[in-house]
Design a protein around this ligand. Structure first.
Ligand SMILES: NC(=O)c1ccc[n+]([C@@H]2O[C@H](COP(=O)([O-])OP(=O)(O)OC[C@H]3O[C@@H](n4cnc5c(N)ncnc54)[C@H](O)[C@@H]3O)[C@@H](O)[C@H]2O)c1
Length: 376
């Protein structure tokens, strides 16, 4: 994507120096579009350690970092209750200071906060991106190319399967409020599969969910609804299904996540997120195949098995979009895209609580565009 090489790199500060903050800091350090200027953590030792590791200044409060460094971008990698309750404050503080923000997923564990973050970024006319990293892969890019080439045709269905490696023997009860909450897996994790489903199939308009805590978890006092079965309908009429668990079973075919997108002209399947894409063209007129037979598929083996490779790719895309000054509503994996996943998750929670009733997610804020920046 076009980036003016005369552009100075974007000055970035990272807030929240846990495992994921360090993953971001390493990616930023290695990216020519970024200049990592500072790191911040309320835990002094973490801020000091990261400052030493990256050779930048360390801070214990975002307000101090914002005062001291003239940043373009604040990268929010805090965690919290349900792995997302500490995103709101630093994101709002950075936006109020006029900074662009890249925020980890989920945008917030509280849907009202997530709506406010998206509204406020639009009011401030700043980029709010979310680390929806799972589709910044060669597999998803090639799949979207098949779609835009017309090789998939009219979308018929999407099947998504996602789970951590596990089972009864390796299960260990985690009493932390980060995960011992009924909806922690739904809120903190399903952002990812819904973001990929939406990337391929568009907005979700209808949701129906069943969730459960398997007996071996419940016997230990675990509150987590770790198994989630969600049936959806998209605005274009396609239908979809997601089954997800949090280490309750062993992986089957397709690695830790796989998805199959079927269309009237062809079907593709992504296996193990970034590892393999298979595309099956539909039979041509006159071609006949028996049950279980199909035209020869095209297979893309990326040679990448490590999911960690998605972080630098997604972070680079955000830096590209900000450097290029793309219209706000063209930002890839935007805050609004992340809010969309949370509206679906909220609908799934409501559906589950109502015994599997059909629920319509709250519509997203409209995309209005900006007449000063975009000619239509
Ligand atoms: N995109 C992905 O693939 C992916 C994968 C795993 C985790 N995550 C997300 O990354 C986030 C961070 O995960 P983690 O495991 O590194 O969490 P963590 O709890 O280990 O680290 C978060 C750090 O933020 C600090 N912090 C919290 N509030 C702060 C504030 N206001 N100012 C400064 N520092 C603050 C904490 O002290 C902590 O050191 C979570 O939201 C999680 O959901 C994303």
């Amino acid at each position: 994507m076009r980036v003016d090489t005369d552009n100075k790199p974007l000055r970035v500060g990272v807030v929240g120096m846990g495992g994921i903050g360090n993953t971001h800091a390493k990616a930023l350090k290695a990216d020519p579009l970024a200049l990592l200027c500072g790191v911040c953590d309320v835990v002094k030792e973490k801020a000091d350690q990261a400052a030493r590791d990256y050779g930048v200044k360390g801070y214990y409060r975002l307000s101090e970092m914002l005062r001291d460094l003239d940043l373009d971008v604040v990268d929010v990698t805090t965690g919290g209750y349900e792995n997302g309750s500490w995103h709101f404050e630093p994101t709002m503080e950075a936006l109020a200071a006029g900074k662009h923000v890249l925020c980890e997923k989920p945008l917030s564990s509280d849907i009202r906060e997530a709506r406010e973050m998206v509204r406020f970024a639009a009011e401030k006319q700043r980029y709010l991106g979310c680390n929806l990293n799972h589709y910044f892969t060669p597999t998803a890019e090639r799949a979207r190319q098949y779609m835009s080439d017309g090789a998939v045709g009219e979308l018929i269905y999407i099947l998504f399967k996602m789970g951590f490696q596990g089972g009864e023997a390796t299960y260990a009860f985690n009493p932390s409020p980060r995960f011992n909450q009924p909806y922690a897996h739904l809120k903190a994790f399903l952002t990812h599969p819904f973001s990929v489903m939406r990337y391929f199939c568009g907005d979700i308009t209808h949701v129906q969910a069943f969730c459960r805590t398997p007996g071996f978890r419940a016997n230990k006092g675990d509150l987590l609804l770790s198994v989630n079965s969600v049936h959806v309908r998209f605005s274009n009429g396609a239908i979809g299904y997601l089954i997800s668990h949090r280490g309750d079973a062993v992986w089957g075919l397709g690695g830790w996540w796989s998805c199959e997108v079927a269309g009237s002209r062809g079907t593709f399947c992504i296996e193990n997120c970034i590892e393999r894409l298979t595309f099956w063209p539909a039979p041509k007129p006159g071609e006949k195949y028996g049950l279980g037979e199909s035209p020869k598929p095209e297979v893309l083996e990326t040679g990448i098995r490590e999911f960690g490779a998605t972080f630098p790719r997604r972070i680079h895309a955000f830096l590209e979009d900000v450097s290029n000054g793309v219209p706000l509503e063209h930002l890839r994996a935007s805050g609004r895209d992340a809010l969309a996943t949370l509206e679906v998750i909220q609908a799934a929670v409501e559906s589950y609580e109502a015994g599997g009733q059909l629920v319509r997610p709250v519509p997203l804020p409209p995309l209005k565009g900006d007449p000063l920046r975009e000619r239509i």
